[in-house]
Design a protein around this ligand. Sequence first.
Ligand code: GLA
Length: 695
Amino acid sequence: MNVKTILCRAMRRRSVWLSLMFGAISFASGGLCAQSGSLLLGSAWYPEQWPESRWDQDLRLMEEAHLDVVRVGEFAWSRMEPSQGHYDLDWLERAVRLAEKHHIAVVLGTPTDAPPAWLTAAHPETLRMDATGHLAEHGNRRQFNYANPHYRVYCAEIAEQLARRFGHDPNVIGWQIGNEYSDESFDPETKRQFQDWLKVRFGTLDALNRDWTTAYWSQTYDRWDEIPLPSGGGNPGLLLEHRHFVSDTWRDFQHVQVAAIRKFAEKRQFITTNLGGLGWSDNFDHYEINNELDLASWDDYVGQGHLNVARNGAMHDFVRGWKRANFWVMETQPGFVNWAPVNNALDPGETRAMAWQAVGHGADAVLYWQWRSALNGQEQYHGAIVGPDGEPLPIYPEIARTGGEFERAAKALQGTSPVAQVALLHSYDSRWAIDFQPHNRNYDQLEVLLGYYGTLREQGLTVDVVNATTPLDGYKLVLAPSLNVISAELAARLLAWVERGGSLVLGPRSGMKDEHDSLNVQRQPGPLVDALGGRVEQFYALEAPVPVSGEDGTGTASVWAEQLSAHTDADEVLLHYGKGNGWLDGQPAMISRSVGKGRITYLGAVLDPALMRSVLQRSTRAAHVEPEFGPLPPDVEVCRRVGDGHSIYVLINHGAAVVHAALPSAMHDLLGDGHSLTEVVLDAQGVAVLEADTR
Ligand code: GLA
């Protein structure tokens, strides 16, 4: 079937823009969403688990639910290559064609998360060894060794076979490498690779011994092969470099497959990988992994309980920051999961609200895991869209409704992305450095970040969460909660942005360490002490909250507090501690100074939400951050996506009561009858997708 027929079919079924979009992408370089392409709803589908006679029925039910993309193949190696070198991809071709007949595009997964039995039986060195020396076995998944060169040859081969077959397939729009990179290996070969990697990184043992202060506890290394592969605690410098090694090893594991696909696949087919760990996991550097990919994607699950609006929104914004572009939610739960302590169902409407929250934060596709549970296997209880009988489950209508809405709003959302004036800095080095030595087990870096994020979102602001090394031009206000590792190079970059007019707020634990996880001799914030005109005299893990007060009001600090000192008259002390642990009493808790055309502020404590609210309200005002929407009833989340000349607002009522939300100007409701509105009424889990004309 040629491209033209597909386009005609698409145009018949869909508004003109979608097929034009697909057309446009086939000419332009880069990933689908990199150009904020179409808005897709879909599901994971496993044709290899079902008789072929069943496929058409499944695809028809998907089409009726307005699903328009499926991800296929990421666990089908034993079907694709039943024995070494014997490939059978005809079934997959038939599945792709049938999906096409139902106007459903396909994302192909490379099956490298679960190697076939014949492979690991013939090559046990391709199996992962855990930190206790136990070799993983066949019968599960993730049993492979991410560092094993032999396994990589097999991975590249199967990826190449798939790309040769489907690299020009008009109905294949993209590729997913493997599935949720997770577990490292601790086998002797990987240890040797780590030692070789350190040799390249440090050049000499003298440099390594210096940067890790190995004189401490006589850790000094005389030979590279003495250096351990850490699995628990250890020298902070060693632990940090191990994380870098793990990140590079996953990057290289992925690279052999990306390279194999790029050799045979059309540029219009994007390449991504679905990162798990609920977005926030840090077993490796997700920016590093995404560098070579066209599109960032993650697996968004709630698990037990219900949607934590701020946390999930923050994760979307975090994922958007991996490539600073729109992204995909490659997996999310159709109601409930099977792996949480209590696998409760989301409330009616909550699954739809979650899908729209993703779109509001920059997702251009949302796919459910999964279409139908395999009749046997480890995930029989997981939420699905159709039941064991192949008929729709109670969640099906809600998903179909969402699919219909996506279709209606897709044109207006085309080419739009969230645009932020405010950014939160994220650094894996800082996260690892703090988590290696928390000093207070209650110091939860995600909670600390959410203390900033949630408060800014309450103001209705779009927030980017970006890598600390990101160029910051375009932002008015940048906040850095827990930026523990500040090297001289990073400090210079931040300072240059401040001098050009940026407003930087450093949070607790900032600048304690350099790039080797060694203490900065200047004390905190390290290389930024001079620019701040002040520093941290001492940090304290708190047993109990300490009062804090200043021009922004009164409140408390809990978990962590730092005694600051201001060294110049130019420094303003904005908050002081009250009576606390005896050391903090009356000391500065927050200082600020104008530098060049900008400002640096240091907040040395984890504040209670109310005081944090007024502190950040003053910071956004002082940085001339403009409001994006206006006041909203509680529980209503507003997300803004901007394209040339127009803004789209996604409003979601995450509460249980009906709310009336006044609009800052007349808007059209894309999910309604298109009438111009100045107020919307949102039911519980209600959604409105509003277009404001900014021309
Ligand atoms: C992960 C995996 C899927 C499936 C789901 C279950 O995200 O990628 O294969 O196991 O979890 O929630």
